[in-house]
Design a protein around this ligand. Sequence first.
Ligand SMILES: [Zn+2]
Length: 209
Amino acid sequence: MCEGETEGDYLGLLEEKFGKEMRFHINPYTRAEGFKPLDAVERAIEERKRLYRTDRENVWVMIDRDEHVDIERAVVLARKNKIKVAFSHPSFDLWLWLHFAPGRPTGQGGNSSYLVSKLQGVTGFEGYAPKRDKRLLAPVRRDALSAGISQAIKLARKLDADCENGLCGPDRVAADGRHEPHHESCPILKRDPSTGVYVMLESLGFTTA
Ligand SMILES: [Zn+2]
């Protein structure tokens, strides 16, 4: 369950390039007008009921900070209903940029536009822009992203290792067994920059190697 088409495209590329070899199947659920975080979680709860028991542990929502106001409620609701959350702050563009970034990015006060301008410097992403061209269907974009996955995981882990809350870290496991890098005491809206998309990818078998 993801907020927008960009996320859906990304999941589609994972499936296309790696699904067979790594034996996973992703069933992305998105819609052109996008989902608000709370809507996405509510929808995921409904969809989860329709799944086979073995698949119910692997229902994720991908949400980002953007300008949403219902994130904390969405995350609490997700946890209560065994929906996993891949949260990006300030936006999913951070996750994309980590495939290409020369090093660990720093926070820009929740502003996502710097990430877009960084991405526009990547071959194939020159026209990438909100509301205009955020699709990831072009082979040049898909190939570039595929090649950068392990680096993106590595940098995302680094961001979590550097979280100001001393109880967080990329390998942290919560009391209920979830791989949850951020401790409950770490305010979700202050995790800038960070992205939990790597946790989802690691659950599919991706590594930094
Ligand atoms: Zn944290």
